[in-house]
Design a protein around this ligand. Structure first.
Ligand code: SAM
Length: 285
């Protein structure tokens, strides 16, 4: 076991600073103080961070650490902190580093090298979306981005279908429509919310059920950045599966390229319904 306070006796630390997801006033006074105090700011994209720092009149040496060089740059940052006695902070393009953003490999490397990690609080899109959605905040599950591969994405959604916690997804604008359609197909019409342009001028919470959100995204091209929040399953009502549910489940797997045999096996395992029953249902229906 290691206790963080031991590390704080020396000056070997990395500040992991959350930055605005929209409104620039979201940068906290403490974050500002840290960014002013450090010698070097490592960041995901020097252009994005450059704009933020210019706004706050901060001039610092910038180092680029992104998803394709994170391991290598983490070692460089270890060297800067340990051998050159530099004070370093890391910021990603928006929100909290490490949350669907680079930062996690860096943090693990710091801890491995016994360098303390100090997170500086700030905005995180999933929290704004969850709180504003009006769905259950007591228990929630953050999935981040679904896979871009149709088969993997479908399997991810099928696994999540069982969860009772409120589900939270990040989604790219060009995939929003397809994702909502697929979520409706897999989850059925649960309560849901699209949180759009959080903390920006056009912030909007579109609350309804998945069927309504599907209709909306089919007919209107929503602009901006999005978080999708969906109600968890209600086990009491989801324990019994109609023949229609069973067939929908099998077909959804066959549609993304799974063989009929594998899809029936998977459905049997997941829905706890006998393989023979599903086989007959599928081939007679
Ligand atoms: N690290 C960030 C955080 O703490 O939230 C997330 C970065 S991730 C690369 C970017 C995704 O976060 C976007 O595709 C979107 O799903 C979500 N996001 C970030 N800012 C947002 C905003 N202002 N409104 C809605 N969603 C946002």
């Amino acid at each position: 076991m290691r206790r963080g306070l031991n590390y704080r006796k020396n000056n070997e630390r990395l500040y992991v600073v959350a930055t605005p997801i929209g409104n620039l006033n979201e940068l906290s006074p403490r974050a500002l103080e840290v960014l002013k105090e450090v010698d070097i700011i490592a960041c995901e994209d020097t252009r994005v961070t450059g704009v933020l720092l210019k706004h706050f009149n901060i001039q610092k040496e910038l180092l680029s650490l992104h998803e394709h060089n994170e391991k290598m740059m983490s070692l460089r940052i270890v060297h800067l902190i340990k051998d050159e006695n530099k004070k370093v902070a890391y910021v990603s393009d928006q929100g909290f580093p490490g949350i669907s953003d680079p930062g996690n490999i860096l943090i693990k490397e710091m801890l491995k090298q016994e360098i303390d990690v100090i997170p500086i609080s700030g905005p995180c899109a999933l929290i704004n979306a969850l709180v504003g959605s009006g769905l259950d905040t007591l228990h929630f599950y953050f999935h981040g981005f679904l896979s871009a591969k149709p088969k993997v994405r479908r399997e991810e959604l099928l696994t999540l279908k069982k969860k009772e916690e409120t589900l939270i997804f990040y989604e790219a604008p060009h995939r929003l429509k397809e994702s909502i359609a697929e979520m409706l197909d897999v989850f059925g019409s649960r309560r849901a919310c699209i949180a759009r342009e959080l903390s920006k001028i056009h912030e909007e919470f579109i609350r309804g059920n998945l069927e309504e959100l599907h209709l909306l995204t089919e007919n209107e091209k929503l602009k901006g950045e999005f978080v999708i929040v969906i109600e968890g399953t209600n086990i009491e009502t989801s324990a019994i599966h109609s023949d229609e549910d069973i067939l929908r489940y099998v077909n959804s797997l066959v549609d993304v390229g799974m063989s009929t045999k594998d899809a029936i096996e998977k459905a049997s395992e997941y829905l706890k319904v006998k393989k023979n029953y599903i086989y007959k249902l599928y081939h007679q229906g």
